[in-house]
Design a protein around this ligand. Structure first.
Ligand code: 5AD
Ligand code: SF4
Length: 458
């Protein structure tokens, strides 16, 4: 009902060409935010706003924000100050903050800091046209209500990937895991799954429009569950893979205690499901895992890795690691390093623990690892991961991979880059190939970050 009301309103705006306005948007944080911004563009287009690339010509600026670590919020605050300065020359300019920071800080951003005109949490994007109108009329536009149902299932995102090759498709929203350190359950609300029919229709439409790769997104994809038609994540993955053998299927993020053998079997069964799993471990120490409320042990995690490697021998695995979590000892840290050595991750995202307000950790444990120690441990983790990434890439020398071409290399316009099934970036001379094409590339050189190769016929 609510949406029909909005659309009617929007139609009125659209009917008047003088009302065509420009908006500019920046997106911070995770892939989920990128996917959400694509929904926002769709919603705003329908209400008569054009997305533009130069904020100097904008009537409206949106920043889609992240709260996961303090630094992420600092970055956005600085950006907001810059945008606020634009109001001196353009007093009619409206500034809106969307996403996790909007949800976490709510009216504080208006009352204490007077930084923005519009505040919209992740579940209230349908109301953006109304909020913008309210702000234009001189009131603040605020909606930070979280929902148990909203999945934006019926909205077709306006894709931000300019190449038309890969797209994000969100399958769940929110998170019920309540890891002790994490602010996401508070900012994105309760976990909910999206109707599988709408997911598969979106994937089919992407394929019809020439897309070659989809990434199914959720904070914890393993919890995907549509009870009405008994579709769990493994089944959804299978249905997606069956849309077209030409379509590559990826997914993120998996959760160790729920990552099932059924999912591994489906991955092994379909060639077009990529051999790549992002499985955040966070720490190699059982003490830390317990304090993080992660619901698995080091051994459980290692067993999951073993199960993956047994069924998909050439699967690459990446992870997330937090250093310096509450009361982390030198031994806990060493346990993380030894787990990294044991698994040999192909890639890792590594962070210093950042205390987040109102989380279980903030309420119950002191953030007591000194900053220098957090930094030193993080450096040790990064150093070891660089060695592991280099080893993993060096092991690919001489191998030939199927690569989906995604774009022109940043270093040379004579080269393309793409990824192999294992999610590794490969750079090679263009020759007669084009973006969106599958090609075979033989690797002859590598760094810890990239593979370099030549096109081959197979
Ligand atoms: N401090 C540092 N890293 C965090 N992450 C989540 N919350 C925090 C925090 N408070 C990391 C975790 C998670 C990734 C998305 O961000 O590693 O997997
Ligand atoms: Fe945060 Fe844990 Fe949910 Fe990931 S699974 S979003 S770390 S609460």
């Amino acid at each position: 009902m609510k949406e029909i009301k909005n659309l009617n309103k929007n139609k009125n705006i659209n009917n008047n060409p003088n009302n065509k306005k420009n908006f500019y948007m920046e997106t911070y944080g995770c892939q989920m935010n990128v996917a959400d911004s694509e929904l926002v563009v769709s919603i705003m287009n329908k209400s008569g706003y054009n997305l533009i690339e130069d904020f100097n010509n904008a009537d409206l600026i949106f920043i889609n924000t992240c709260s996961i670590r303090e630094n992420a919020e600092k970055k956005v605050r600085n950006r907001l100050q810059n945008f606020k300065a634009l109001k001196r020359d353009n007093p009619g300019l409206l500034i809106g903050i969307l996403g996790c920071m909007a949800e976490r800080l709510k009216e504080k951003l208006l009352e204490q800091e007077k930084l923005v005109d519009i505040i919209a949490g992740p579940d209230s994007y349908r109301s953006l046209p109304e909020l913008v109108k309210e702000a234009g009329d001189g009131e603040y536009g605020v909606n930070v209500l979280l929902s148990r149902e909203e999945t934006y299932a019926d909205i077709s995102p306006v894709r931000s990937d300019k190449n038309g090759v890969s797209a994000f498709v969100s399958i769940t929203r929110g998170c019920d895991n309540m890891c002790a350190f994490c602010v996401v359950p508070f900012t994105r609300g309760r976990e909910r799954s999206r109707n599988p029919e709408t997911i598969i229709n979106e994937v089919k439409e992407l394929v019809n429009n020439g897309y070659k790769e989809v990434t199914l997104l959720g904070q914890n994809v393993d919890k995907y569950n549509w009870t009405e038609s008994k579709v769990n994540f493994a089944k959804l993955l299978e249905l997606t893979a069956q849309v077209s053998p030409e379509l590559r299927v990826r997914f993120s993020t998996s959760y160790p205690s729920e990552f099932s053998n059924q999912v591994i079997d489906i991955m092994a069964k379909y060639d077009n499901i990529c051999n790549y799993i992002h499985l955040p471990v966070q720490s190699g120490s059982n003490n830390m895992l317990e304090k993080m409320k992660r619901n698995y042990t080091r051994d459980w995690y290692l067993n999951r890795i073993k199960a993956i490697r047994e069924r998909i021998p050439n699967c690459s695995i990446s992870t997330d690691i937090i250093s310096g979590y509450c009361s982390e000892t030198e031994q806990d840290h060493k346990d993380t390093l030894s787990l990294m050595e044991e698994v040999g991750f192909d890639y890792a995202y590594m962070f210093k623990y950042s205390e987040r307000p109102n989380t279980f950790a903030q309420r119950n444990y002191p953030d007591d690892v000194p900053e220098e120690i957090k930094s030193r441990r993080l450096q040790e983790i990064i150093k070891l991961q660089n060695e592991n990434s280099l080893k993993s890439n060096t092991a690919d020398l001489g191998k030939t991979f199927e690569v989906l071409i995604e774009g022109v290399s940043k270093k040379s316009d004579q080269e393309y880059y793409g990824r192999n099934s294992q999610n590794k970036v490969i750079v090679f001379p263009k020759k007669e190939t084009e973006i969106g094409q599958y090609v075979y590339v033989k690797v002859h050189k590598n760094t810890s970050a990239t593979l370099i190769g030549e096109l081959v016929q197979v």
